[in-house]
Design a protein around this ligand. Structure first.
Ligand code: GLU
Ligand code: MG
Length: 437
């Protein structure tokens, strides 16, 4: 069969979907300037392919321009040709960033952090997913046999991650049925989120190569184990030295990192609509699922929204270099760009307001009364997407972090998603999300 290689130029949009258009690879240089045409109302296509209420209607034209630094050639060195894709930014035809370009929104947030605090954010996204109709026998959680069941996948993924300049770190059989987890090395600035977008695609492509289908849905069934996206973060000064650790700071956090974490926790109930944006995300974000149900800081505690991660004195890497904290109230229904943008804005707000991080919790907060929680400054996170959206849309500080009409468009998009699912039982809702993510 005669074939010509194409490059798929794409964005990770409000639905957390990777959408775009392909063009002949031979046009790559030209496309770097000319981009491809894009339609504003595409941003209102929900994960279920329904079009939510759009302020743009049938009007307008945009241009998606590739960023050559994000070019991926997924070459498995087998009989099939490699798959090529590249991430892009969406611009107005006049050149400025479009108000709903998720990647540009994250760049804006990262620039704000640099301007306010003089630090660069470094991030590493940790992904959980499962194989549909998987392969793992009962009793395989964290096990060698569970790993072995998908070793072909795991080794092909590792190789292709390296080709795509993502740093392979660990891969394991997670606790849930047919659930796996992949971690990767951190990357600075926009690259951290680019790598998350790329990783999800590489997992899907690689799964297809070995005859599997992966799903990143936040929750496979109401009583099941969630697929979380945990975002590890640290900071660096302009000269590249680590800025997150202070042995005398609270739980080892430097002043700037402590204020950032405090901001994330203070604004968490108003940004969770962006970091955990599906209807079923709110079943995952309940106590005793090792996810996050309160706006608490945890020291090595896996049931905290932000967890200070362990460092090891035995490592060859200095403590200040290892030190990082992890955001756990996120999932893969969110575009990595938007999730990280919301976190970075909340953190930077915390720096501007000079907030102090709360003491880390070491107990089961679900056992405390509402009164006790309030007294100690804890908030139970919103328990539905509707409630989360109300808190997001109702806070002018939060909506003001985003450009132009973005916040309004976002809320309308999510309303369209909620409406699509109206009247369905939770099992069906889970099944629908499993199909689309
Ligand atoms: N599956 C859990 C989640 O939904 C996380 C388990 C873990 O700590 O890795 O976030
Ligand atoms: Mg995990």
């Amino acid at each position: 069969m005669k074939q010509e290689s194409l490059v798929f130029l794409c964005t990770s949009d409000i639905a957390g979907k990777v959408r775009g258009k392909a063009f002949p690879e031979s046009d790559f240089e030209k496309r770097l300037k000319r981009g491809i045409g894009w339609t504003p109302t595409n941003v209102q296509i929900t994960c279920f392919d329904a079009i939510a209420d759009s302020p743009y209607g049938a009007l307008g034209d945009l241009v998606m321009i590739p960023d050559p630094d994000t070019m991926v050639v997924a070459d498995y060195m087998d009989e099939r040709p490699p798959e090529r894709f590249v991430l892009g930014d969406i611009h107005e035809t006049t050149g400025e960033a479009w108000e709903c370009c998720t990647r540009s929104i994250l760049k804006g947030a990262l620039e704000r952090l640099e301007r306010v605090a003089g630090v660069t954010l470094v991030s590493a996204f940790e992904h959980e997913f499962h194989f549909k109709g998987g392969n793992c026998p009962l009793g395989s959680a964290y096990s060698a046999s569970g790993f072995r069941a998908e070793r072909d996948f795991a080794e092909a993924l590792t190789a292709v991650m390296r080709t795509a300049h993502l740093g392979p770190d660990t891969i394991m059989k997670e606790y849930g049925v047919d659930q796996y987890e992949v971690t990767m090395k951190p990357a600075a600035g926009i690259a951290g989120a680019d790598h998350a977008v790329i990783l999800r695609e590489l997992v899907r492509i690689t799964a297809g190569r070995v005859g599997r289908e992966a799903s990143f849905t936040p929750l496979r069934s109401p009583a099941g184990v969630g697929n979380g996206v945990h975002i590890h973060m640290s900071m660096r000064h302009a000269d590249g030295t680590p800025a997150t650790y202070d042995p005398d700071g609270p739980h080892g956090l430097s002043k700037v990192a402590g204020q950032f974490v405090a901001g994330v926790l203070a604004y968490l109930d108003r940004i969770v609509a962006v970091t955990a944006p599906s209807v079923i995300s709110y079943t995952r974000l309940t106590p005793h699922r090792w996810s996050a149900a309160f706006n608490n800081l945890g020291y090595r505690d896996r049931e905290a929204s932000v967890r200070i991660c362990p460092v090891s004195g035995m490592s060859d890497i200095a403590t200040a270099e290892q030190f990082n904290f992890e955001f756990r109230a996120g999932d893969a229904a969110a575009s990595p760009y938007l999730a990280l943008a919301a976190i970075v804005h909340a953190g930077t707000q915390g720096i501007e307001e000079g907030l102090t991080p709360p003491a880390a919790t070491e107990e089961d907060l679900s056992l405390l009364s509402m009164e006790e929680l309030n007294k100690r400054g804890f908030i139970r996170l919103p328990q539905s997407l509707e409630e989360a959206l109300e808190r997001f849309s109702g806070d002018e500080t939060v909506t003001g972090w985003f450009p132009g009409r973005f916040a309004e468009v976002y809320a309308k998009h999510k309303k369209g998603e909620i409406d699509f699912l109206k009247g369905r039982k939770e099992d069906d809702v889970c099944a629908a999300y499993e199909e689309v993510y």
